[in-house]
Design a protein around this ligand. Structure first.
Ligand code: NAP
Ligand code: HSE
Length: 431
């Protein structure tokens, strides 16, 4: 056997705890699979006195992250602490000190990935990030290695386990959003800042990583559409069912190779009930890939939680250990493919809309004239009444239109006195 690979941890929370547990409990078998000996060295946490549910010897714990990134004996740093600024500084310092880094930190990659990958290359260090997207699905390896023959016109799917868990249980049980979110926290699915999950940013961070590995371009959040699930109601889910759809939080990365335009969008969308992705429920993620050689492939697996994420991190640690033994790095796609960002306001699509109106003669005529003015054609429309409510509830789907026309329509609807409140709009995901 070669040199012992020494592994240091920044963080020992949900994910790192799973990594530690499996490496520790199965160390002999893991050594055999890694093809090298390894040692679990230092562990940095915020609070060294906090009880841990994994057997980390007290003498390995520190609250000073420099004890990990500056330790000359440590070969591989697992950055599993989260956050952006501190994690960025420590990762840079680890590279300066010649260490490879394994991370699950998609927020950090999205915000600072360009600089970090450049620094890793300059310092001749590995930077591994399998766990940053889609939990236990080895989607980074799938795209970079398994599907190397392909160009990707579309990569879409469910990239946030927390949101899928919430939407699934809302739809199945009618349980309250708050109660389900509390359960998701107990299960270790939710980010330290829960708004990253429910407001769509975590999905956007992951979409940025996928866009980078697929197309060699870091897309900033400002160039994406990002919407979360907070405003989706159980009624929307039931209406969607009526129209043969299910609502999921979707990331959609499209590349038109003819015009060389790339777009990245994250939004709750109505997906056809007959598709694979709409039937992926609970904490599971699904990534559907349209490759020009392979055609469409869909990958499904647990998208969050200790064990699934640990599986991906351990695969990266094995790669980092192989690199120490001289395995070459994979090349990234470079940013010279001449792609520019598509104009988001011109993106075509079908939409779902719900609003309430005063239940009076002529109101629908008023509303439909606004649709005509905006050039938006209605495909299906349903109206319902509720006991004790003198308003009429309208839900509809549109024929193909575009973002700009829908925005214009929303503004003119919001201005008319026929509506009680603002219209609520979701996109319909069609192939
Ligand atoms: P977590 O349970 O909150 O654990 C974070 C760990 O980092 C804790 O041990 C904490 O110490 C330590 N820590 C945080 N800030 C620190 C600082 N400034 N100095 C020293 N230690 C610090 O988080 P997690 O769920 O494991 O997530 C870790 C990373 O994995 C994040 O980037 C997250 O986005 C990503 N991720 C999570 C999942 C998931 O399902 N949870 C899945 C994929 C990716 P204490 O224990 O003392 O508080
Ligand atoms: N909070 C994230 C999610 C963790 O729920 O998907 C996995 O990245």
């Amino acid at each position: 056997m070669n040199k012992v690979c020494k592994i240091g941890f920044l963080g020992m929370g949900t994910v790192a705890g799973g990594v530690w547990k499996h490496l520790w409990e199965n160390r002999e078998e893991m050594r055999r699979r890694f093809g090298c000996d390894f040692e679990l060295s230092k562990v940095c946490v915020r609070d060294v006195s906090k009880p841990r549910d994994v057997p980390v010897p007290a003498e390995l714990l520190t609250s000073n992250p420099l004890d990990v990134v500056d330790d000359p004996d440590i070969d591989v740093v697992c950055e599993l602490m989260g956050g952006v600024d501190e994690a960025y500084k420590l990762t840079m310092r680890a590279f300066e000190n010649g260490k490879s880094v394994v991370t699950a930190n998609k927020a950090l990659l999205c915000h600072r990935g360009g600089e970090l990958f450049a620094a890793a290359r300059k310092a001749d260090c590995g930077y591994f990030f399998e766990a940053s997207v889609a939990g236990g699905i080895p989607i980074i390896k799938i795209i970079r290695e398994g599907l190397i023959a392909n160009r990707f016109s579309r990569i879409y799917g469910i990239l946030n386990g927390t949101c899928n868990y919430i939407l699934t249980r809302m739809e199945r049980e009618g349980a309250s959003y708050e109660a389900i979110l509390a359960d998701a926290k107990k299960l270790g699915y939710v980010e330290q800042d829960e708004s990253l999950d429910v407001d769509g940013f975590d999905t956007a961070h992951k979409a940025a990583v996928l866009a980078y590995i697929a197309h060699g371009k870091w897309v900033p959040l400002e160039d994406m559409i990002i919407e979360g699930i907070r405003s989706v109601t159980l009624d929307d889910m039931l209406w969607a069912r009526d129209f043969d759809y299910r609502i999921k939080l979707v990331a959609n990365i499209e590349c038109d190779f003819a015009s060389r335009k790339l777009s990245v969008r994250v939004y709750p969308a109505l997906l056809p009930l007959s598709g694979i992705v709409s039937n992926v429920n609970g904490v599971f993620n699904a990534v559907a890939i349209d490759g020009d050689v392979v055609g469409e492939s869909v990958f499904v697996g647990r998208g969050a939680g200790r064990e699934a994420t640990a599986s991906a991190v351990i695969s990266d640690i094995a790669d980092a250990a192989k690199r120490l033994r001289g395995a070459p790095d994979l090349e990234f796609k470079s940013d010279d493919m001449g792609l520019s960002m598509a104009s988001l306001k011109d993106m075509p699509g079908n939409f779902y809309m719900r609003f309430c109106v005063r239940d009076e003669a002529g109101i629908l005529a008023q509303i439909t004239s606004l649709f005509a003015e905006a050039g938006v054609s209605i495909e299906q429309l349903k109206q319902s009444k509720r006991a004790g409510d003198d308003r009429a509830h309208i839900v509809l789907t549109t024929h193909k239109t575009n973002e700009q026309s829908i925005e214009k329509l929303k503004s003119s609807l919001a201005e008319t006195s026929a509506l009680c409140g603002e219209p609520f709009v979701l996109r319909i995901f069609k192939k």
